[in-house]
Design a binder for this molecule. Structure first.
Ligand code: CTP
Ligand code: CA
Length: 221
């Protein structure tokens, strides 16, 4: 008989996901990075594809296989990621899971920085990277639903709530990264929106992804 539950609730929808860290060059052989593994974002991409969405996954440098049926765009830096997001529009949904480097080196040299024997340490001047999530929310091509993540080591819900307003996102998924969440297999998240806070138990990242995609699907029924 007919299915009572729509198994492809995101059919015909384009879901744009950013995942992983970014690498910001210091010189041709060195970079600034963070501990993001990309696992949570890749799991969301897989769950969205299984829900029938057309999925574009913009991935920083991670060692993960591309989920089945997902279009993957590999990037290195925050500025590359911003350009790839722009190029992937329009989208119905954006889920920005990437741990984007907040700063890059002001003038990454074309040559390896050398010790000159004097013991003088090279100064690293940093400049702020573009905020991809805030830029997307302010854009005329803003997707109907924009979801951000907030990696926090303390006061998760308070910081996520502040980011909801500051970034202009519809939902912020706050996660406590004070343990081994970054690079780990499990996550415990609080989905913060204008409707309040929905706290999930500690779950495998695949289960967090399934719950989030289920919630996204309900926006489009
Ligand atoms: N984000 C982004 N571009 C940036 C920085 C962050 O798109 N340059 C996105 C992340 O992908 C995430 C959200 O913004 O969805 C929140 O990132 P987070 O690092 O938690 O927030 P920040 O505003 O950078 O604040 P802080 O790192 O100081 O907590
Ligand atoms: Ca940040």
């Amino acid at each position: 008989g007919a299915a009572l539950v729509d198994e492809k609730p995101l059919a015909g929808r384009h879901v744009l996901i950013t995942a992983g860290p970014t690498h910001e060059p210091i010189d041709p052989v060195r970079y600034i990075a963070n501990r993001s593994s990309g696992r949570q974002g890749f799991a969301i991409a897989q769950a969205a594809a299984q829900a029938g969405a057309s999925v574009t996954l913009i991935a920083g440098p991670v060692d993960l296989p591309t989920p089945h049926g997902v279009r993957r765009v590999n990037v290195e830096t925050a500025r590359d990621m911003a350009a790839a997001v722009e190029a992937a529009l329009p989208a119905d949904v954006a889920v920005m899971v990437a741990a984007v480097a907040d700063w890059r080196v002001a003038d990454a040299g074309a040559h390896k920085i050398k010790k000159d024997g004097s013991g003088i340490v090279p100064p690293l001047a940093l400049v702020e990277n573009p905020d991809i999530l805030a830029g997307l929310c302010a854009s005329p091509r803003r997707p109907r639903l924009v979801v951000g993540f907030a990696a926090e080591t303390q006061d998760v819900i308070a910081h996520a709530t502040a980011k909801l307003a500051r970034k202009g996102a519809d939902w912020i998924v706050g996660n406590d990264v004070s343990g081994d969440v970054m690079g780990g297999l499990r996550n415990s998240v609080h989905i913060v929106s204008a409707d309040g806070v929905d706290s999930l138990p500690d779950l495998p990242k695949e289960a967090v992804a399934a719950a989030l995609v289920e919630r996204i699907s309900r926006v489009f029924v």
